[in-house]
Design a protein around this ligand. Structure first.
Ligand code: MLT
Length: 269
């Protein structure tokens, strides 16, 4: 179900599936990838354990959330909005799952407010900042955005976002979600992605449970990146999802949901 609230005069929109049953295990916040929106977590809403309240915000400028207002957009702006969401929901600490850009936001939360994190699911993401080459590619993304809009950005990213095994219907829904985003939201996100700081040093200080997930066909943040991150976080667990590319939650939802459900059950019940 969709909800909105106002934060600093801006509208923040989120999807929520309330917990069911007598025992509420906690809140799981899911943070979406670029250039998508909270709706990418649709396959998780029905399938994750019913005792969990599952909340997925549209990050600023995506979906139904207003764009950020800061002059120099940064990844921390998204993290501040997530903290505002936790306040709005009266949640002291949540398990936070982020996929790719959502993972970068989760790292920002780990840096800014580690006490608000009960655990982390780091899916198809990487702790490093952009390389010089990645920044050059971002500049091309700005050009594509100016020339062809979000639909052009979506088209240029699709071959890398999805694995070879992925079915046509998933390709079509990712294309549609990415194409329907707003120019300003996408532009501010590209600035935020290319200016994000390196988070590698944070990994050794994480004390909450961590699950690292990656699609085994992910060409952006593949299994090697996931294995390395897994080695850097003491006690972390690793789930490689067969037959999935970068959007592992959408491409192989059953395997993704099983990995997350097991993680939640083993650490938080
Ligand atoms: C994403 O899926 O969020 C993007 O691939 C992140 C990025 O471009 O670094």
């Amino acid at each position: 179900m969709r909800h909105h609230f106002d934060h600093d005069g801006r509208r923040i929109s989120y999807l929520e599936r309330p917990a069911a049953g007598e025992r509420v295990a906690g809140t799981l916040v899911l943070l979406h990838a670029f250039p998508l929106a909270a709706a990418m977590w649709e396959p998780q809403f029905a399938a994750l354990p019913p005792g969990w309240r599952v909340v997925a915000p549209d990050l600023a400028g995506f979906g139904e959330s207003a764009p950020g207002a800061s002059r120099f957009p940064g990844i921390d702006d998204y993290a501040s909005d997530v903290l505002a969401l936790l306040d709005h929901l009266h949640v002291d600490a949540a398990v936070v799952g982020g996929l790719s850009m959502g993972g970068y936001v989760a790292f920002a939360l780990q840096r800014l407010a580690p006490a608000r994190l009960r655990g982390l699911v780091l899916a198809d993401t990487r702790p490093e900042a952009d390389s010089e080459q990645a920044r050059a590619t971002r500049m091309k993304t700005f050009e594509t955005l100016d020339r062809e809009g979000p639909a052009g950005v979506a088209e240029s990213m699709l071959p890398k976002l999805l694995g070879a095994t992925t079915r046509y219907d998933v390709v079509a829904s990712v294309r549609s979600l990415a194409s329907s985003q707003r120019v300003e939201g996408v532009r501010r996100a590209v600035f935020s992605l290319m200016s994000r700081p390196d988070s590698t040093h944070l990994l050794r200080d994480i004390t909450s449970p961590v699950l690292v997930v990656a699609g085994d066909e992910d060409e952006i943040t593949g299994p090697d990146v996931a294995r390395q991150m897994h080695r850097q976080v003491a006690g972390a667990e690793l789930a490689l999802i067969g037959g999935a590319g970068h959007l592992s939650n959408l491409e192989q939802p059953e395997a993704f949901n099983l990995a997350v459900s097991r993680f939640l059950a083993s650490h938080f019940s």
